[in-house]
Write a protein that binds this ligand. Structure first.
Ligand code: CP3
Length: 341
């Protein structure tokens, strides 16, 4: 179906756009009171994610309420470990928790490569969202990067240091690579099924990129992101490696169309390192949205000018924080949509 608003798809492919398009990481989430209302209908986070009707509803809310130029499918990166045989819990106010983690060859042998079919609740939600959107804006599909998923599967929960996950890289690189490859194969199958169901664009989230050294990042993360980028064809791909300022040059060589920057990355320096052939996304500090309206406008316009009029998708440098006021989020989106060079 032809899209009525294809600004993000044009921008990511490097085609001309009349204005800078915008969407927000974690736009389908707790920042909206409407999200919390829908979420209350489900028993817990996981049954919410597994309910295609509810997932579709909250995927569309930000398009209607915030006026963003794309929807992102409501789900979580941790559905992949679960589909591979490693279930998780989402503990309220705390985050993910894995009762069992991967420590040994035996643990790894018990995991299987996900075919994508285990995740039919996500592809069903994608089909519902596409139907409901009726071509209004594109739909973004996503996955975690293998390293970020590995970090949760070996650590068992969030962590400041992920020292258990990193210990595995240092003490058992062979096992680490086998697990990363299994996650990579699962992710490729999963992303292909998201695309078959209707995802127009894919983003890969490497939230824990910044805790590795540049050398280890190349070996244990970028290598697998690169395999995914090479395997996924047909729709544009954006790679978001949080805090991986040291890998920007290498990211320029990935077979993807977009690179998402966080707020610690200088915009013109990033452009030089990544090169002219990628679209850049980002990179406002989510905490900017705690500021007053005048500050939000000034800083957002400064950001837009620094990126320039083409090959930019405006976004935050990481997900929205749950206590951000909806009015401020809307104002950020409107500032971008009204700005002209
Ligand atoms: O709007 C969107 O971006 C789409 C939905 C989405 C969620 N998680 C829903 C969610 C996306 C793209 C994610 C990705 C995700 N999940 C990442 C990568 C991006 C990032 O933020 O770095 C990571 C690391 C996770 C793992 C995860 N899920 C954590 C650490 C947590 C708990 C902390 C938190 O941010 O709340 C979650 C829970 C989660 N995933 C929520 C939502 C809306 C909050 C759960 C709730 O409703 O109570």
């Amino acid at each position: 179906m032809k899209l009525k608003n294809d600004l993000i798809l044009r921008a990511v492919r490097g085609e001309k756009t009349e204005r800078t398009p915008v969407w927000l990481m974690r736009q389908a989430g707790r920042v909206l009171p409407e999200y919390r209302k829908t979420r209350a209908k489900a028993k817990d986070f996981i049954s919410f994610v597994k309910n295609p009707e509810l997932a579709a509803e909250v995927s569309i809310q930000p398009v209607d309420i915030l006026g963003v130029d794309a929807a992102i499918i409501f789900s979580d990166i941790l559905v992949i470990p679960e589909a591979m045989g490693l279930p998780y819990k989402m503990i309220e106010e705390k985050g993910p928790y894995f009762e069992k983690t991967i420590r040994t060859e035996k643990d790894l042998a018990q995991l299987h490569v996900a075919s994508g079919e285990e995740l039919s609740y996500v592809t069903d939600a994608i089909r519902l969202v596409k139907k409901e959107l009726n071509g209004k804006v594109p739909l973004i599909g996503f996955s975690g990067a293998p390293w970020t998923l590995f970090a949760y599967m070996t650590e068992g929960s969030g962590s400041k240091t992920f020292s258990k996950a990193k210990k595995m890289l240092y003490t058992n690189p062979t096992l680490s690579h086998s697990l990363l490859q299994k996650i990579t194969d699962s992710t490729i199958n999963y992303l292909r099924s998201q695309i078959s169901a209707g995802a127009d664009l894919i983003q890969i989230f490497d939230s824990w990129a910044g805790i590795l050294s540049p050398e280890m990042y190349n070996e244990f993360s970028l290598k697998y992101i690169s395999k995914i980028c090479n395997a996924i064809t047909g729709v544009p791909k954006i790679v978001f490696a949080k805090d991986a300022f040291f890998a920007r040059k290498e990211m320029g060589d990935l077979s993807c169309e977009g690179i998402s920057l966080d707020w610690t990355m200088n915009i013109s320096e990033s452009r030089k390192l990544i090169g002219e052939t990628k679209t850049l996304q980002g990179n406002a500090d989510p905490c900017l949205l705690y500021a007053d309206f005048a500050t939000i406008k000034r800083e957002t316009e400064k950001m837009l000018r620094a990126f320039g009029p083409q090959r930019h998708i405006a976004n935050l440098g990481h997900g929205l924080y749950p206590d951000t006021e909806t009015e401020k989020v809307k104002f950020f989106v409107d500032t971008i949509k009204e700005f002209r060079f």
